[in-house]
Write a protein that binds this ligand. Structure first.
Ligand SMILES: Cc1cc2nc3c(=O)[nH]c(=O)nc-3n(C[C@H](O)[C@H](O)[C@H](O)COP(=O)(O)O)c2cc1C
Length: 368
């Protein structure tokens, strides 16, 4: 089991009681930044327990909001939080669970010490990760400690991070600022071969596609979806891909075929169907990336084979195949050309070659 010990942020000195000491504005702001960094570090506890004292509760709630998780208040985390309390709070949890405890010193530092044998100085807003072994969870290892100043520094850097193995970011140098998700998106061939996409996350990704705009709200997109756990279906989609894509896409967590409804009726073509499918996939891509899941679209597949295997009706066109998964920088199993591509720079035409005004091909004046 994995424990995260988080000490509350900087709180006001005075209140009607110690219990009601709130975070200062600076303390709350700093915790919010730390929460955003924790999300980028892919820290995803299955449970967050907090001391009921206001400063800890506020800290837990800010971090939980950043991670999209609820907080459970636990009186055990009030002063005097000890190993017996940890055991009772985690009694129902499994070895694969990750638990965050938000509380006070000296308890946070002391528990980290008791579990690891290391003297741990937990500053306000600091976070320690301790992995414990065995059912009794008395022994563990300090995997890392993030001091608030380190959170500050990480919060100034942009792009996704991974606490354990940080795959090199492929951030382009944009000419103008854009949203982190747009900047961080790209099409990798290195996917984590172990990690699947859980059902709730997959449903959110598909839901994001569902809410795309479309001409006359026709929603001409359809998706044939095969998570890797369903080996037979996964193989079916894989068999439709061109060989050059199979090489890497076989390691994705989920494969899809995106299908578009080209005809509303036998003689009524929807000229914007492809455009609308593209929008739905773009939304899916950004929703996925918000969960550190990368999307790689493919034209390299056999549409006729897909039509045959899935009995896709005439009015519909298999348009693209899509691979989704968590990234991995361990790509030694891929041929050299793919490894080089993974390391390659991301390039685009400049805006003045694609943004016109006045006449076709004339760069828009406002571009300067
Ligand atoms: C419709 C479409 C089809 C694509 N087909 C393939 C493909 O068959 N194989 C492949 O490796 N990449 C494919 N790509 C990925 C593009 O090569 C990639 O998006 C482009 O080079 C820009 O790189 P980036 O996405 O990393 O920014 C496709 C992308 C799109 C949108």
């Amino acid at each position: 089991m994995r424990y995260y010990f988080l000490r509350h942020g900087i709180a006001e000195e005075l209140a009607d009681s110690d219990f009601n000491r709130a975070l200062t504005a600076r303390g709350a702001g700093r915790v919010a930044k730390s929460g955003a960094v924790m999300k980028r570090l892919n820290i995803r506890p299955t449970q967050i327990f907090s001391s009921p004292r206001l400063r800890a509760r506020e800290t837990a709630e800010i971090v939980a909001a950043a991670l999209g998780l609820p907080v459970t208040l636990a009186d055990e985390l009030d002063f005097g939080f000890d190993l017996a309390d940890i055991r009772s709070l985690t009694a129902e949890l499994g070895a694969g669970d990750e638990v965050m405890f938000v509380g006070h010193n000296p308890d946070m530092s002391s528990l980290a010490h008791q579990l690891t044998g290391v003297n741990v100085a937990m500053k306000k807003g600091g976070l320690a990760r301790v992995d414990v072994f065995g059912k009794k969870a008395r022994q563990g290892e300090l995997i890392w400690l993030i001091a608030p100043k380190v959170f500050d520094a990480l919060s100034d850097a942009s792009g996704p991070l991974d606490a354990d193995a940080m795959p090199p970011a492929k951030l382009p140098s944009t000419a103008y600022p854009v949203h982190d998700l747009i900047k961080g998106r790209w099409s990798p061939v290195g996917f984590d071969r172990e990690r699947g996409i859980n059902r709730a996350t997959l449903l959110s990704i598909l839901e994001a596609a569902r809410w795309a705009a479309s001409s006359f709200n026709r929603q001409p997109w359809r998706f044939i979806v095969a998570p890797r756990e369903n080996a037979a279906e996964f193989q079916k989609v894989l068999s439709v891909l061109r060989e050059g894509n199979q090489v890497w896409a076989q390691h994705a967590a989920v494969l899809m075929i995106a299908v578009v409804q080209q005809y509303q009726a036998p003689d009524a073509i929807n000229r914007h169907a492809g455009h609308d499918l593209g929008q739905a996939v773009a939304q899916m891509t950004l929703q996925a990336l918000d969960q550190d899941i990368y999307v790689h679209q493919m034209a390299g597949f056999f549409p006729d084979k897909a039509r045959e295997i899935y009995a896709i009706p005439e009015a519909y066109e298999p348009y693209t195949a899509i691979a989704l998964g968590y990234r991995s920088c361990e790509i030694d199993h891929l041929p050299a050309a793919y490894r080089e591509r993974e390391a390659g720079e991301r390039l685009r035409q400049p805006l003045n070659e694609m943004v016109y005004s006045g006449n076709w091909g004339r760069a828009a004046d406002f571009l300067g």
